[in-house]
Ligand binder design. Structure first.
Ligand code: ZN
Length: 207
């Protein structure tokens, strides 16, 4: 038996979503078929509303439905401390952990010239501009007052992104630091990969 065309179309669209394979798409499509019409409508409405309202923050590229994101509009935060992350999800994780009171810059990806992702796609021009001039007041700033913490992932591309940020930001005179990756809680040393272990050694602290 062949699926009806509309169902094939729905499965095809759903399987294009990240983390949803063909099997998952099939399951979701049948689920949508079973639930009440109103539930499907409110889901569709939530998707279109979010898509219409959400946009990148003009200052840090975090996702927001306000003029400026919640972090950038929080005046209690240290304006001279900027953490570079790959995605808005990373901001949620860092905020949950607590303790970081600076601001962010979201690259929405990693540096990968082979895939056509250069510095401009990562919004680095925006980051460099922030170190030189207050976006809102227009006041000229001294880049050497800034510390940029690079919190990109521990992958080859994440490391390449970190060194690109380091290169561009330090050229302006700002301090650049990289997160010291430690060992995961409850982890046994013998199972650690060498990159994690090497990082943990480099980031060791006096106790
Ligand atoms: Zn922002």
């Amino acid at each position: 038996m062949k699926y009806p065309n509309s169902l094939i179309q729905l499965i095809r669209e759903l399987s294009r979503l990240p983390g949803v394979g063909p099997k998952g798409a099939q399951r979701l499509a049948f689920h949508l078929f079973k639930i009440p019409h109103e539930d499907v409508e409110s889901l569709a409405e939530a998707i279109t509303t979010a898509k219409a309202l959400l946009k990148p923050c003009p200052i840090c590229s975090n996702i927001t439905d306000e003029e400026v994101c919640a972090v950038c509009s929080d005046l209690e935060r240290d304006p001279y401390l900027i953490c570079v992350v790959e995605s808005p999800n990373d901001i949620i994780a860092i905020e949950k952990a607590g303790g970081f009171m600076g601001r962010y810059h979201v690259t929405h990806g990693v540096y990968s010239p082979m895939d056509g992702v250069g510095p401009e796609r990562l919004g680095l021009d925006k980051l460099l501009a922030r170190l030189q001039r207050d976006v809102r007041t227009g006041e000229v700033l001294d880049p050497s007052r800034f510390e940029v913490v690079v919190a990109t992932s521990m992958t080859t591309e994440g490391e390449a992104t970190a060194s690109l940020v380091h290169h561009q930001v330090s050229a302006l005179g700002a301090t650049v630091s990289r997160l010291a990756y430690g060992l995961p809680n409850g982890a046994a040393l013998e199972y650690m990969d060498e990159v994690t272990l090497g990082r943990a050694f480099n980031g060791r602290q006096r106790i």
